[in-house]
Ligand binder design. Sequence first.
Ligand code: ZN
Length: 137
Amino acid sequence: MVKEIIHDPILLKIQSKDAVLEDLQIAKDLAETLETHKGGCVGMAANMIGIHKRIIAFYDNDKIVTMFNPEIISKSQPYETKEGCLSLLGEPRPVTRYKSIKVRYQDKYMKFHEKRFSGFTAQIIQHEIDHCDGILI
Ligand SMILES: [Zn+2]
């Protein structure tokens, strides 16, 4: 189900808790909500729809990927960039990101994976994992 986007920075700064198998519906809602905002938004974290669980959804080459409990286990090549956020009003804000990251996450069956991402996809994942930690750009 498509959910409403949260804009309250106080709510967005709450750290999300680990997601479990029973949270699968949240991941589905998140993916559907992201799809609705296609064009203006490339990724979302569950707290953006008001649920403080570590679930993210993002576009990777035009396909939506969802991850449970993603964490960055290595990163390299920092650079400065600017980002916008569907939850925040105003101009894009400066932020430091890494060109290459390795992410450990669980899929919808709670199976663990480790995968390397680079470029724009890596940037989106970093932004969404920040959301899980209550960090806003
Ligand atoms: Zn955001």
